[in-house]
Design a protein around this ligand. Structure first.
Ligand SMILES: NC(=O)c1ccc[n+]([C@@H]2O[C@H](COP(=O)([O-])OP(=O)(O)OC[C@H]3O[C@@H](n4cnc5c(N)ncnc54)[C@H](OP(=O)(O)O)[C@@H]3O)[C@@H](O)[C@H]2O)c1
Length: 318
């Protein structure tokens, strides 16, 4: 069976924008409802993508959106709770309403993105437990007429990611303010960062694949690094002078307690708890090919070309 018309929920996010483009290039027709369509100008050039404004959290609206589609991909997720939206609301109740909308409108195919380490019972944070509960929920309903597949990525990197950008900005600020040390919480947390291009190919490859029904796919890159190694590589790629100092566990926790009360929620206690679970794949899983260190090496050479170019212009007094 070919699922040609796809409703992409969470398509305005980092992974969603890449996935929408990948699916459109493969010939799928993609409907992408979102809150702020004007932010997706780059996708509007692709003929197969229909971007529209909608409130997907309203079950009635979601039901209407599902009509005329034969598959749904759900990428909606939050990293931090707010006063208005809890992990439970976004990762469990919303998923439930997606499943119900699929059932009401006769959609037979649902793909869903969870997270590595997500576990309803034993997840180390609210984020991971709620992600695990949502994932279990779709697989439970999936036994009944809905063909479901879920993906559990480690941290995802690539053009426009928030992971490299967030640490990159802190390191730049550190240099700009002559703060020579960056105190890093949970420096020994382990990740196998996975490239966004590999993630969207893994999802797109499975849309029409009956062999993927009822399966859960962990997604990891080929390398495993500690958080400290990752941040040091980002600093090197950007040419920062700031030194990364790993904090012991007690100070990591204290940093989370302090920062979670500041605007922007740079780091919360729940983030701290998520970092207690290694974001690495179990043995036997085939790793995605793109290497994080190779990608950062590319960024580093772009940075050094830019620095040389700026230097050249300075010498010319341009
Ligand atoms: N990025 C990673 O490293 C990573 C790792 C593991 C798992 N994941 C999971 O992968 C999925 C996609 O991640 P991502 O990095 O692409 O996240 P993202 O950039 O934050 O995108 C999240 C998407 O959810 C939507 N969303 C959030 N709150 C919403 C709300 N209240 N109403 C309507 N839509 C809302 C966002 O819409 P707006 O654009 O309107 O905000 C966006 O489309 C998430 O489920 C995430 O948990 C990501």
């Amino acid at each position: 069976m070919k699922y040609s018309n796809i409703l992409l929920l969470g398509g305005s996010g980092f992974v969603g924008r890449h996935l929408a483009a990948e699916l459109a290039q493969r010939g799928y027709r993609v409907t992408l409802p979102c809150r702020r369509p004007h932010r997706l100008q780059a996708l509007k050039v692709l003929a197969n993508i229909n971007i529209l404004q909608a409130n997907i959290l309203q079950p009635d609206e979601l039901g209407k959106l599902c009509q005329g589609h034969d598959a749904v991909i759900n990428l909606v997720g939050i990293l931090n709770e707010s006063k208005k939206l809890s992990f439970r609301r976004m990762h469990v109740e919303f998923v439930q309403s997606v499943v119900q909308a699929c059932q009401k409108t006769g959609i037979k195919r649902l793909l869903h993105i969870s997270a590595l380490g997500a576990d309803q019972a034993t997840g180390s944070s609210q984020y991971l437990r709620s992600k695990g509960e949502g994932e279990n929920l779709i697989h439970t309903f999936g036994q009944n007429k809905l063909h479901v597949t879920s993906f559990q990525p480690s941290v995802i990197f690539g053009e426009d990611d928030s992971f490299i950008r967030r640490f990159g900005q802190i390191l730049k600020l550190c240099d700009a303010t002559y703060t020579f040390y960056f105190p890093l919480a949970c420096p020994n947390s382990r990740f196998s960062p996975v490239y966004v291009g590999d993630v969207v190919r893994a999802i797109a490859n499975r849309v029409d694949d009956p062999g993927s029904f009822s399966k859960r796919y962990p997604l990891c890159g080929p390398e495993t690094w500690t958080l400290q190694q990752i941040v040091e590589m980002i600093a090197k790629a950007q040419g920062n002078r700031c030194k990364v100092i790993g904090l012991p566990d007690s100070l990591s926790r204290l940093q989370a307690m302090l920062l979670q009360n500041l605007p922007g929620k740079l780091f919360t206690l729940d983030n701290y708890r998520s970092l207690q679970t290694p974001s690495t794949c179990p043995q036997g899983v085939t790793h995605c090919p793109t290497s994080f260190s190779g990608y950062l090496g590319g960024l580093a050479s772009m940075h050094s070309n830019r620095t040389q170019y700026d230097e050249y212009r300075k010498n010319l007094n341009l």
